[in-house]
Design a protein around this ligand. Structure first.
Ligand code: FES
Length: 257
């Protein structure tokens, strides 16, 4: 049976960057980093978001304004209601004392924050096009930054930065979330160095419970078999880093988008 959304009241809204806001609300979720919740705005739609903050019974989701639904969400203020159901999906497999590296690209960083909160001494890398898109700077002061235009930190991509870092540093595990092209290159780099990887895939979801096939990636349904997949699973997923499925159901080459 499909769980019905429960209404929660937004108690605070924080602007993380010009395009990203975090919405906080009270809820006692039993949540594993990497899982997601479905957020419902009555008369508009329902969409998946990961949890980016969780402290006792206060939960936060960070939302990038990019479509009709997220524009509507960005207009919400403290006191407004939204519906939530979940959490759903398979999250990260945490190795708390491992020597880990966490790599986030753009809003993908939101999927990694609660994981970082539970890891000790992880190297955190965030990549963005430009300095104004960097999020959680105060929250993770030791975070290494990469910007494509060089306005903060390393000038270049997270992949370029990681490649340099791996010349002097080794890790037992790399966790990543961001554009699929970026994650594909990181997994490839990690394989060459025999480092285990876990990625959180972002695919367009419709039903969110494994029925419609919209989120398929080589037979794996991202909504229930993921969104987190490890290197062994990714090795069997031919479409990873190559093919995406549009809202219309059309299969497209990721590199042509
Ligand atoms: S969103 Fe429908 S099967 Fe995953």
């Amino acid at each position: 049976m499909i769980e019905q959304p429960r209404m929660v009241k937004i108690c605070d809204v924080v602007e993380e960057s010009p395009g990203v806001k975090t919405f906080f609300f009270k809820s006692d979720l039993d949540f594993v980093p990497g899982q997601y919740i479905m957020v419902w705005i009555p008369l508009i739609d329902e969409k998946p978001f990961t949890i980016s903050y969780i402290q006792k019974d206060i939960v936060g989701i960070s939302v990038l304004k990019r479509g009709v639904f997220t524009h509507a969400l960005h207009k919400k203020k403290a006191g407004d209601l939204i519906g939530i159901r979940g959490p759903y999906g398979k999250g990260f497999n945490l190795q708390a004392n491992s020597n880990s590296c966490v790599v986030g690209g753009g809003i993908g960083m939101a999927s990694l924050t609660t994981l970082v909160d539970r890891l000790t001494d992880a190297t955190i890398i965030q990549g963005a096009r430009t300095v104004s898109e960097i999020i959680y700077r105060k929250r993770f002061p030791g975070m290494k930054l990469c910007t494509e235009d060089g306005t903060a930190g390393f000038k270049g991509t997270t992949v370029d930065f990681l490649m340099e870092l791996l010349n002097t540093q080794t890790y037992s595990k790399i966790y990543t979330c961001g554009p699929e092209k970026m994650m594909y290159k990181i997994v490839d780099l990690a394989k060459k160095q025999q480092i285990e990887c876990e990625v959180s895939l972002d695919r367009y979801m419709k039903c969110g419970f494994g029925i419609c096939g919209q989120c398929d990636c080589s037979g794996q349904r991202v909504c229930i078999d993921g969104p987190v997949f490890n290197t062994t699973e990714l090795n069997k997923m031919e479409d990873f880093g190559k093919i995406d499925i549009l809202k219309t159901g059309e299969r497209v080459n990721i590199h042509n988008r």
